[in-house]
Design a protein around this ligand. Sequence first.
Ligand SMILES: Nc1nc2c(ncn2[C@@H]2O[C@H](COP(=O)(O)OP(=O)(O)OP(=O)(O)O)[C@@H](O)[C@H]2O)c(=O)[nH]1
Ligand SMILES: *[C@@H]1O[C@H](CO)[C@@H](O)[C@H](O)[C@H]1NC(C)=O
Ligand SMILES: [Mg+2]
Length: 415
Amino acid sequence: MASYSPLFSSPAARWKQLVLSKRITIAAIFTLFSLLVLSEVFLERGISSRILSTLSLSSNSPSLNDSPLSCSNPFDVSSLQHNTPRPTYPRKANATFLTLARNSDLAGVIHSMKQVEGRFNRDRQYPWVFLNDEPFTEEFIRCTSAVTSAKTYYGQMPREQWVQPDFIDEEKATKARKALSRIKGVFYAESVSYRNMCRFYSGFFYKQALLRDFKYYWRVEPDINYRCEIEYDPFLYMEDNNKAYGFTISVPEQKETTPTLWDTSMEFFNKNPQYLHPNNAMRFASKDGGKTWTRCTYWTNFEIGDLDFFRGSEGYNKYFEHLEAAGGFYYERWGDAPMHGIAISLLLDRDRIHHFDDIAYEHTGWEQCPNPSTPAYERGRCSCDYGNSMDVKWKRYSCKADFNAALAIPRINSE
Ligand SMILES: Nc1nc2c(ncn2[C@@H]2O[C@H](COP(=O)(O)OP(=O)(O)OP(=O)(O)O)[C@@H](O)[C@H]2O)c(=O)[nH]1
Ligand SMILES: *[C@@H]1O[C@H](CO)[C@@H](O)[C@H](O)[C@H]1NC(C)=O
Ligand SMILES: [Mg+2]
């Protein structure tokens, strides 16, 4: 098995550790609060009436004011749509939002949907595709479909695209998870379901039947925030500029989760150099032509991508198969961000990768906020603090400089 590097070997790991301790405090406060709320529920109204009120979407529900946070307090779409005449848009892309979630993620999913609907989609009406490894509950379906006036679709992926494959040596995998959990600052070190999720987003999301009729997807995770209006259509931007992959934040992956990912990847690309695009963005991933890895990744909890690229790229699919066979999704904790990062940077023409630097996006405390001296800030009626942005406060962890360096390399004429 791979050897793990020492404690806090990377700045990102140190930062994550800080967040972790903050999270524990927040978790403790939240648990106390939940206990208080729960005891109130049981004492005053009984659990069954609580569940009923959760499911009730009607506005004459007697418990509207003290209702729990998920769907008994649906987004007030009507007020947004009728106060002022809403713009209409003559063009629309062939695109959908994509959310992978557990039923228990409902509250966070609703939060994210409100962000996306309020800042962008209420006038655009792009549909939502929800995926799960279990059947979605009636509650999940009713609540999420109440947040949008666009179409919603719900699907379950085939079991073999989710669970750990049989060829993985479970004893070796268990040992590796235990070893990783002894290193401080590594999230989900022992989680198998997290590994399933990373593998799914690496090799299977784009193969889903529900996505077959779409060209672009926009990934949305629970509990994210969009802090400016999105006043143009990023899907149409992708289409009009022939972009295949768009990101907001780029950060380095931790060493501990991916000790052999780079070498395993180079093994594949050295054997199959025909898949390397002549105008790739290799410089984002490596400063020395492939010898060592920058660890830079596009932070995949936000991504807008061209499904036809993922579905149609032989290189991408063969690369995934190579990683799958090496077993690192389970023997280590390879994420979909480092995997996409390497694949996108090496397989695509770098001109087809786009940094959406005008989109204000936040996930677990890391955020991108446009510079207030740019038109995007004022036009977007932003509510974010530029000082807290990746490129200001966390500049030393941002991979933006590596991306810019990749784009600055003169193109070679491949005609
Ligand atoms: N159906 C299903 N979805 C999952 C599972 N684990 C994670 N997800 C979803 O996969 C996405 C990524 O998972 P997260 O736990 O947010 O991973 P992360 O963004 O690396 O970690 P955080 O920093 O905690 O947000 C989210 O949309 C989750 O809802 C799972 O076991 N089943
Ligand atoms: C949308 O894109 C998919 C994938 O490219 C394609 O199969 C489908 O025909 C497209 N639909 C429309 C209406 O263009
Ligand atoms: Mg997340």
